[in-house]
Design a protein around this ligand. Structure first.
Ligand code: ADP
Length: 399
C-alpha cells in the first residue's frame, strides 16, 4: 500500500510518498511560491537525482496535479500510474476539541475543520485547500487528516484551562490546545521502544526545539501538559516568537508605541525571541557561531533560551512528580550538542548526567546520551511527523 503525505501551506505544499510495506520513502518534495509567478517544484525520487522545475502554479489544485505528474514521470517518477496511490494523509495544525485522533475525511469532517478556521487562520484554510485539491485530482481516493493538537487532547482541565472568566472558554473555546502533537507522540513512542520499556510506565519530558519550540509532559503514554497554548506563541522562547511574557505588556506597548493589535501580534510572533535578543538571527546555528566569536548579545540570547527551557523541564518534572526520560528532538534539539549540554548541566539535581562524548556524536538515529548511572535517561530522537501521518492514514484506511 502506498500513502501520499501532504503538508499544505498557503503558498507551499510539501509531500512524501511512502511504501507502507517497509515504511520506505519513495519520493519527497515541495512546491513553493504557489500563486506567485515562477513557482518552484523540487522533487526528490529515492535513488534518482533531484529535479527542480520553475513554472507558474496559480493554485493548490494545479500544485497537486504537478506533484502527481512528477510521481508518475517517465524519467523522474516512482510510480507507473496515479492509481498506485491508495490513500492521502494531511497534516492539519488545529483540530480544536473536535478531533482527539486522526480521522478519515468526510463532508462533516471538512465542515468541522472549517469551523476551526478562527483558531488557526493562517494554517487551517491552507490545509483545506490541500484536501480539496486532492479531491479534485484524485476523486475517490481516501484521505485522512492528522492534527497537531490531537495528542494533547488528553490533558486534564487543570492543564488546559486558563485562569480567566470561564465564559470565555464556553463561548470561544479559549483554552490550551498545544501543538507539535504528532512529533511529541512520535518521539515518546519511539523512546519507549528504544528503552524497551512500556510507554505507559514512563514519565517523560519531550523537547521539540526547532524554529518553533515546545515541551510536553507525558505520563501514562498521554500528554499531561504542554508549553504552547491556544496558539503556538505561548511557552518557550523561540526563533522569532517571544514565548511567555506578561500579558499586560501588550496593552502597555500598544499605548506607549501607538501600535495596533495586529502590529503587536506581529512583533511577538515574528520579531521577538532569539532574533530580537541576539540582534543577529532566529537561526540557532548563526547565534551559536556569533557566540563562539564573542558576541555578547548572541550569548545573552542563548542563555535566555536555555534558562527558559530548563524552567519548563523543571516545571514538568514537578507537575508529574518525577521524570524518567528527557527527550530532545527537531532541528535544534537533534543537532545542537551545545544546547543539550547547557540544559542538562543546569538540571543535574533531577538525576540527569550527560555523557559528553555521546552528546557530541552526530547520528541520525535515536540514541541515549546519558551515562549508565544517570537516573534520568536523556535521549536524542529524530522526529518524523510525516511517518506518523502515513502510519495513521494506513491504519484508518485499512480497517
Ligand atoms: P521548523 O520549526 O521550521 O520545522 P526545524 O525543526 O527544521 O524547524 O529546526 C530549525 C532550526 O534548527 C534552526 O534554528 C536551525 O538553526 C536549527 N539547526 C539545524 N541544524 C543545527 C545545528 N547543527 N546546530 C544548531 N542548530 C541547528
Amino acid at each position: 500500500m502506498k500513502v501520499l503525505v501532504i503538508n499544505a501551506g498557503s503558498s507551499s505544499l510539501k509531500y512524501q510518498l511512502y511504501n507502507m510495506t517497509d515504511e520506505s520513502v519513495l519520493a519527497s518534495g515541495r512546491v513553493e511560491r504557489i500563486g506567485m509567478d515562477s513557482s518552484i517544484v523540487t522533487h526528490e525520487p529515492a535513488g534518482k537525482p533531484e529535479t527542480r522545475d520553475v513554472s507558474e502554479i496559480l493554485d493548490h489544485v494545479t500544485a497537486v496535479k504537478r506533484v502527481i505528474d512528477m510521481l508518475v514521470h517517465s524519467a523522474h517518477g516512482v510510480l507507473k500510474s496515479m492509481d498506485e496511490i491508495d490513500a492521502v494523509g494531511h497534516r492539519i495544525v488545529h483540530g480544536g476539541e473536535a478531533f482527539k485522533s486522526s480521522v478519515i475525511v468526510t463532508p462533516e469532517v471538512k465542515l468541522e475543520i472549517k469551523r476551526l478556521f478562527d483558531l488557526a487562520p493562517l494554517h487551517n484554510p491552507a490545509h483545506m485547500m490541500g484536501i480539496n485539491a486532492v479531491e479534485a485530482n484524485m476523486p475517490g481516493v481516501p484521505q485522512v487528516v492528522v492534527f497537531d493538537t490531537a495528542f494533547h487532547q488528553s490533558m486534564p482541565e487543570t492543564s488546559y484551562l486558563y485562569p480567566i472568566p470561564k465564559v470565555l472558554y464556553r463561548r470561544h473555546k479559549i483554552r490550551r490546545y498545544g501543538f507539535h502533537g504528532t512529533s511529541h507522540s512520535y518521539v515518546s513512542d519511539k523512546a519507549a521502544r528504544f528503552l524497551n520499556k512500556p510507554l505507559q510506565s514512563l514519565k517523560m519530558v519531550t523537547c521539540h526545539i526547532g524554529n518553533g519550540a515546545s515541551c510536553a509532559a507525558i505520563m501514562d503514554g498521554k500528554s499531561f501538559d504542554t508549553s504552547m497554548g491556544m496558539t503556538p506563541l505561548e511557552g518557550l522562547m523561540m526563533g522569532t516568537r517571544s514565548g511567555d511574557i506578561d500579558p499586560a505588556i501588550v496593552p502597555f506597548v500598544m499605548n506607549k508605541e501607538e501600535l495596533t493589535l495586529n502590529e503587536v501580534n506581529s512583533m511577538l510572533n515574528k520579531h521577538s525571541g532569539m532574533q530580537a535578543i541576539s540582534g543577529i538571527s532566529s537561526d540557532m546555528r548563526e547565534v551559536e557561531d556569533a557566540m563562539a566569536a564573542g558576541d555578547s548579545n548572541a550569548k545573552l540570547a542563548f542563555d535566555m533560551y536555555i534558562y527558559r527551557l530548563k524552567k519548563y523541564i523543571g516545571a514538568y518534572a514537578a507537575a508529574m512528580n518525577g521524570i524518567d526520560v528527557l527527550i530532545f528532538t527537531a532541528g535544534v534539539g537533534e543537532n545542537s550538542s551545545e544546547l543539550r549540554k547547557a540544559v542538562c548541566d543546569g538540571i543535574t539535581f533531577l538525576g540527569i548526567e550527560l555523557d559528553e562524548a555521546l552528546n557530541a556524536e552526530r547520528k541520525k538515529t535515536a540514541r541515549d546520551i546519558s551515562t549508565p548511572q544517570s537516573r534520568v535517561k536523556v535521549l536524542v530522537v529524530p522526529t518524523n511527523e510525516e511517518l506518523l501521518i502515513a502510519r495513521d492514514t494506513f491504519k484508518l484506511v485499512n480497517v
